[in-house]
Structure formats: C-alpha cells, structure tokens
Design a protein around this ligand. Structure first.
Ligand SMILES: Nc1ncnc2c1ncn2[C@@H]1O[C@H](COP(=O)(O)OP(=O)(O)OP(=O)(O)O)[C@@H](O)[C@H]1O
Ligand SMILES: [Mg+2]
Length: 472
C-alpha cells in the first residue's frame, strides 16, 4: 500500500503530561504533531503550520476550548475539531458537537478510539479540502482537459487526447451512455488548431433517415418536397472546424457510402445540387453501440468503420473507475451549489460509501442527476445517506434515517440540524460500542430509556446500528 502523506495534528491542552502522552500516541500512528498550551497559542499555530485536525481541551487559559472552536470553525472550516473531555463531563462535549465540533475524546484515552476518531477527522479534512477547490480546477482533482478523474483508465484517455488533438485524424469515441463521450470530443476540438472554428454536432439518431443527407450536406431549393429554400448542411457549417457525428451507429446504410466519400475526399454535393462542395473538416464520431459487431452483422460498412476508427477512444464505465467518484462528486456538487446559490455541501463518509458501492449504469450523467436531487433536497451542509435518493438508502438500510420533508422555516431548519447532530452522535456511540445500547447511553451521558426513545424518534430503532464492529 502507498504511504499516505503525513498529516499535522494540533493538540491544545494546558496539562503538559496530557500533551506529551497524546502527542506520543499520535506520532506513533505516523502523524506530525504540533502542541499548544492555551487557546491563543493554538490559534497562532495555524499561521505556522498547515493543520489538518485540531484536538483541544475545553478548559484552558487565555482562550478556552469553546472560543477556540468558534474561531477555528469560522476561519478554518476544513479543519475538524475534536474535543477532549474528562470522564463524566460529556455534556460539555455534546454542546461543543452541537456548535460544530467534529467529535470528542474522553479521558483517560483509549488508543483504539483515538486512532478511529482521528482517522475519521483526517479523512473528513481531506474531503472538505477537495470540496473547496474551484470547480473547473480539474488539475487539482487529478483531471485534464476539463474532464475530472485521476484513475489510470482516465490517464490513458488524457494521453490519447494529448497526442491526437493537434492532428487532423478521425477519432471514434465509444463508451456506455453518460461516460463523457461528448465531453471528450469537446476537449479534443478545444485543444486542436481548429478551436477558433466551430464544433458542429449531429445526432444521427435524432434525424429521420430521409433527412439525414440534407442535414449533413445541405440541399438546394426544391430538392425535395418541403425544401423551400436552399440550406447549408452541417459539414459546410463546420468548415475549418470539427464535425461530431454522435450515435454514428444509427446512420442509415445508404448514407454510409456518401459519408465515406465526404470523409475521404472532403467533398460532396448538396441534395438536389449539381456542383461539388469542398470543405475542410475534421470528423469525430461517437457511439455507445458496438460498431465492430454492427460491421460483422453487415449493418455498418467496414470501410467506413476503418475510416472513422483511425484513433479509437474507449471511455471506461464509472463502475470500473470508482476511485474517481469522490473527485467527480466534489466537482459536481460545487457546480450545483453555485448554480442554486447554496452554501457548499459535502458528503458524509457513509453517504460517499453508498455512492461508491453503486454500479452507475447511467454513469456520470446518472451521478449528476442523483447529486442534483440531493443538492435540492438536502437540508444541512453534510449529506447523510438518508439525504440521498431512495436507491442509496435501500442499499444501506442500517444507515438510513426516515425521510423528512425539506425544512422551509428557521424553526424547522434548527430542528432538522439538531436531529442530524443527535443522529450522528447516537450512530457514532452505537458504532463505538458495537451496538450495545446500555454502553452507548453511558457514552452519551443519558439514560438507556432516553436513548431508546430518541432512537425510536429518529427511526434508528429496528436497524442494525453497527455496520462495522470495532476491532479490539
Ligand atoms: N470526466 C468527466 N468529468 C466531469 N464531468 C463529466 C465527465 N464525464 C462526463 N461528465 C458529465 O457527464 C454528463 C454526460 O457526459 P456526456 O454527455 O459527454 O456523455 P456521453 O457519453 O456523450 O453520453 P450519451 O451516450 O448518453 O450521449 C455531462 O454533463 C458531462 O459534463
Ligand atoms: Mg453524448
């Protein structure tokens, strides 16, 4: 496994012994540690180092933990804050969590618990940082040419785009629906010497068979019934630019030979026209169909196939490059939030897991649709599995809270937010205690009965609350 880049954790506590013990544990886990003996010093540390997570005591001189928490959540919203709390004073920690703290750790420390909470905080920090990157900054998201994705499969696609963009070669882009074929065609055109001229798209499936010739090559007045005036075809409109023949598999057989001639000679006649029109176009074609099979069955001309397929680009389905999902999610959420004028939202780890374990038959377009729905209906700033469409809740029934209508007024928003915080705290406590309600109640400093009532209210009652029992 590749070593992760070292992360920096700031520990703020006025007890020197505690700082030393905690710093020692964290360093043994491979983290870099910065320490501060009060809140002021802790704030100062943010100017000196790139802090990924803050662990702070509540009672400290100069600036106390709550004030520090407020300051950090405002100034460094990507840094999760973990509160240190003495046994029996969990109430304060819960109050801090309601104010935006990420989680709390109880003294005396349990090594496993530190590892788990800190690990979660660092992953959250990484996710929040990804989220604040500018949309379109695809380089930061590991992508190129306006495409997002850093998987090996996408790197291979970028390499081909790199090599082929500046040439006049035909490109055949294949891939399932929604994998980005059109986006790739745009990228090639935009990075070609033809970028200043048009990229003209023709959807071969959308044009009736009897009109496709005139659509591509134009027609003269009176060429056929309804041809009142003459009209330029797509090839002429694209002169010096690029034509994208989308869904090329749908082009009628009798048109294929005319298309082949246009590709080979750069010349054609308008429908009903006598003289030959010369154009300078680069042709790209796209299809989700298996053209090779169509050639075998005789539905597609072999010579045309080879003429189009000079440079093939086959886009991988999303389920074969799941590692690109987090980057795509960030990119798409940013886009929708900006469009809807909403504050940035992020995905909880579980929600991200739910998206990553789905098969995405509609690929990135389907992901976009799911995230658009989520952006519209999510009430908080962190998307939980319950905020996702039904399919994803069913995939993770144990994590699915009941569906609540989108809140519209302040009271409802506060209520929804409180419920979310409560639900998270309860889920975390149950997870920590492998689903033991008595122990979880103790952890949350409430009675067993209150916890059961709360769980019922929040719809957590008859589910398996502990998806992954802790390894001890
Ligand atoms: N790598 C990517 N990065 C960011 N957005 C992407 C990427 N690939 C696809 N998209 C987005 O997903 C949507 C679908 O992409 P596109 O229309 O290019 O797919 P397609 O393969 O042409 O689909 P179809 O076969 O249905 O025509 C678009 O909104 C596009 O912007
Ligand atoms: Mg398309």
């Amino acid at each position: 496994m590749k070593a992760l880049p070292q992360k920096t954790i700031l520990v703020a506590d006025d007890e020197p012994n505690l700082r030393r013990v905690l710093a020692g544990i964290l360093r043994r886990h491979g983290h870099q540690v910065v320490v501060a003996s009060d809140g002021q010093q802790a704030l100062g540390a943010f100017d000196q180092a790139d802090i990924n997570t803050l662990i702070t005591d509540l009672r400290m001189p100069r600036l106390d933990g709550m004030q520090l928490l407020r300051q950090v959540t405002t100034d460094y919203p990507d840094v999760p804050v973990i509160i240190l709390t003495a046994f029996g004073t969990v109430d304060n920690a819960v109050a801090a969590v309601k104010l935006g703290a990420f989680d709390y750790l109880e003294k005396p420390f349990d090594q496993d618990q530190i590892k788990q909470v800190v690990g979660k905080a660092l992953r959250t920090n990484e996710m929040r940082r990804r989220q604040v990157r500018l949309a379109g900054d695809e380089a930061a998201a590991g992508g190129r040419f306006g495409l997002v994705g850093r998987s090996a499969a996408m790197q291979a696609v970028y390499n081909v785009i790199d090599k082929v963009a500046s040439t006049p070669s035909s490109v055949l882009i294949t891939g399932e629906s929604g994998t980005g074929k059109e986006l790739v065609a745009q990228a090639i055109h935009a990075n070609s010497p033809r970028a200043a001229y048009p990229l003209i798209k023709v959807s071969c499936a959308a044009v009736p068979d009897n009109l496709i010739e005139s659509e591509l090559f134009g027609h003269e007045q009176g060429a056929f019934a309804g041809a009142v005036g003459s009209k330029l075809g797509r090839f002429e409109l694209a002169d010096k630019g690029t034509v994208l023949l989308d869904e090329i598999g749908k082009i009628p057989r009798e048109m294929q030979v005319k298309l082949l001639r246009a590709l080979q000679e750069g010349a054609f006649e308008r429908v009903g026209g006598a003289h030959t029109v010369d154009v300078d176009v680069r042709v790209m074609a796209a299809t989700h169909a298996d053209l090779g099979n169509a050639v075998k069955s005789g539905a597609f001309r072999e010579d045309l196939y080879y003429r189009l397929n000079v440079v093939p680009i086959d886009l991988p389905p999303l389920r074969e490059r799941r590692e690109d999902i987090p980057d795509l999610v960030c990119h798409i959420l940013e886009k929708f939030c900006r469009r809807l004028g909403k504050n940035a939202i992020t995905l909880s780890e579980r929600a991200q897991q739910a998206l990553m374990s789905y098969d995405w038959p509609g690929n990135i377009r389907e992901l976009e649709n799911v995230l658009e729905w989520t952006t519209l209906f999510c009430s908080g700033t962190v998307v939980q599995p319950g905020d996702l469409p039904e399919t994803f809740r069913n995939a993770h029934p144990e994590q699915a809270p009941p569906q609540t209508p989108s809140p519209t007024n302040l009271k409802q928003i506060v209520r929804a937010e409180t419920e979310r915080v409560e639900r998270n705290a309860i889920m975390a406590a149950l997870e920590e205690t492998a689903g033991n309600v008595t122990h979880a109640a103790k952890r949350l400093a409430i009675s067993r009965k209150s916890l059961q009532t709360k769980m019922k209210e929040l719809g957590l009652r008859n589910r398996d609350p502990a998806p992954k029992p802790r390894n001890r």
